[in-house]
Design a protein around this ligand. Structure first.
Ligand code: ADP
Length: 524
């Protein structure tokens, strides 16, 4: 069989020699062609030698040739070189009477490849009718779909593998953690336990499945655990519980974090627990607490001893003087003194020293007195002026005052007497330091202002300031560098300010002199 156009086929010759009586047939033939031209599919009629004898409009459009060009072509002209042999073989099958529905790749006039589904059937005339459907798009879509399906499969495979890896990572974590991990269903039956659980309670995961806490622990402990599980399920959130669990070596305390597990539809189906043994931590905490209480007691004893020492120190000197004056008076009386003046002097000395001892004792008690404290809205600037007047009039030393008070300072919530005590103490300390250092110019600067939501007071002197060691210890009770100091002023002042909700501190970068600050909260 030859595919190339060549000599006229018998059929074509027959058509050319149509007898006149066949005019009607010709009419029908034309009608058929018109019908074919209006069909949506492409049709080709092929001579037994492979040449095209008819092509409808769709076939022309599909292949890119017009009818005239096609009439000079054969099937082989539309087939790619590598498909010629198959084309010939299949064409022969159709000529032999087979009806074939096959996919072909054809070459258009412009060289483009198109995918075509061809239904080929042998006509009674011995010619072959081919109905062509362009399936380029469909096949491409199918190929894309196939690729998509393939990609999807690969993705699912990858995700499944990843899930598997995550699952085993999770399992490894759960198995190797030192925490006890368990999952119980809504009725409290165990679904799973980790390795640590198995080791501690000598029970395997399989043995534990379906059992409850009552099978393992005393009823009281088991009921407490069940109550916790129920609570977690009821609140639908994670909660921590301290659970006491009997062990081979006695009861252990566990800190158990429990939380509900939810299924795909948002229904809780289990309680998961992660429990860590905090027995040792608890023991340490208790030991620490006991130590702290011990230290506190020691501290109190220390303060008591120091206070007693301070009292003894303050009273010792006047008592020594009292006894010296009294002894002198006694010996004068025993010697029958002729000078009642001298006797009176000795007795006056004794009385004076006794009064001094009494005053010292009162001062000390005043200082230590805490009593009931009434706080009220107080104008801090007024208290500052009173304290300055009191310090200036105490006769401890002359000083110049620089007063910078905030005009619009809201009232603070404080005990007026205590705040004044603190201020007087700060001012006296400044004056003491300036007097002791023999400062040529004694200036005390007092400032009040608002800093954020607190009132802040500054007291600065022009004395020598504090060396680092002194600065470090000024707030310690009984720390003093003064020969007659008690070292309680700053300790008590700080305690008073802190009891008000404020702070008292020494500014270490004050430059010249010492600079103290304290804060107090506002009344509203
Ligand atoms: P006391 O005044 O009885 O010594 P305080 O607690 O008030 O007790 O003060 C403790 C010590 O802090 C003082 O002895 C002094 O060394 C030091 N100090 C306090 N204020 C000043 C100051 N303005 N300048 C220098 N040193 C100070």
């Amino acid at each position: 069989m030859d595919f190339s156009p060549g000599t006229d086929s018998p059929a074509m010759a027959e058509e050319r020699e149509l007898p006149a009586y066949a005019a009607e047939l010709k009419g029908q033939n034309d009608a058929l062609r018109t019908a074919l031209n209006h069909s949506r599919n492409a049709f080709l009629i092929v001579e037994p030698d492979g040449r095209f004898s008819f092509a409808n409009r769709q076939a022309e459009a599909l292949l890119g040739y017009d009818a005239e060009e096609l009439s000079l072509m054969s099937v082989s002209d539309t087939l790619p070189a590598d498909d010629q042999a198959r084309g010939l073989a299949e064409f022969r099958r159709v000529l032999a009477g087979d009806r074939l529905l096959q996919d072909w790749s054809l070459v258009r006039k412009d060289g483009a490849r198109i995918n075509v589904e061809i239904y080929s059937v042998l006509l009674p005339s011995g010619k072959v009718l081919g109905e062509l459907r362009d399936v380029t798009e469909i096949r491409r879509n199918a190929a894309e779909l196939e690729q998509y399906r393939h990609d999807l499969e690969r993705l699912v495979e990858e995700r499944t593998a990843e899930l598997g890896r995550n699952r085993s990572l999770l399992q490894a974590l759960v198995d190797h953690t030192t925490a006890v991990v368990f999952v119980k269903d809504l009725e409290g039956r165990y679904l799973s336990i980790n390795r640590r659980y198995s080791e501690l309670f000598h029970v395997s995961n399989e043995e534990m499945r379906g059992r409850t806490d009552l099978d393992l622990f005393p009823p009281e402990a088991a009921e407490a655990m069940r109550a916790a599980d129920r609570e977690v399920l009821a609140v639908g959130a994670a909660r921590e519980y301290e659970e006491v669990v009997p062990h081979d070596d006695g009861p252990h305390t566990y800190l158990s974090l429990k939380f509900p597990l939810y299924g795909d539809h948002g229904q809780a189906y289990a309680v998961c627990g992660i429990a860590t043994d905090i027995t040792e931590r608890k023991r340490l905490e208790m030991e620490l607490e006991a130590r702290r209480a011990e230290m506190e007691l020691l501290g109190h004893r220390h303060v008591a001893a120091q206070t007693a020492a301070a009292i003894a120190h303050e009273l010792n000197q006047p008592l020594v003087s009292v006894s010296a004056y009294s002894e002198a008076a006694l010996s004068m009386l025993a010697g029958g003194t002729k000078s009642p003046e001298k006797l009176a002097h000795a007795l006056r000395g004794a009385v004076e020293q006794a009064h001094r001892a009494g005053r010292t004792l009162h001062e000390l008690l005043d200082f230590l007195h805490k009593g009931d404290v009434v706080s009220e809205p107080v104008d801090l600037n007024v208290v500052l002026r009173q304290a300055l007047a009191s310090a200036a009039g105490s006769g401890s030393g002359e000083f110049r005052q620089v007063v910078e008070l905030a005009g619009d300072l809201p009232p603070v919530l404080a005990n007026r007497v205590q705040v004044e005590k603190v201020l007087v103490n700060l001012l006296r300390n400044g004056v003491d330091a300036m007097v002791a250092a023999g400062s040529p110019v004694s200036v005390v600067t007092v400032q009040s202002r608002q800093v954020e939501d607190m009132a802040q007071v500054m007291v600065q002197d022009s004395g020598p300031g504090l060396d680092p060691e002194t600065a470090r210890r000024v707030f310690e009770p009984f720390f003093t560098t003064k020969p007659r100091g008690m070292g309680l002023g700053l300790a008590i002042s700080r305690a008073l300010i802190e009891a008000h909700g404020g702070r008292l501190w020494l500014d270490l970068d004050s430059g010249q002199g010492a600079r103290f600050f304290f804060t107090l909260p506002f009344a509203s």
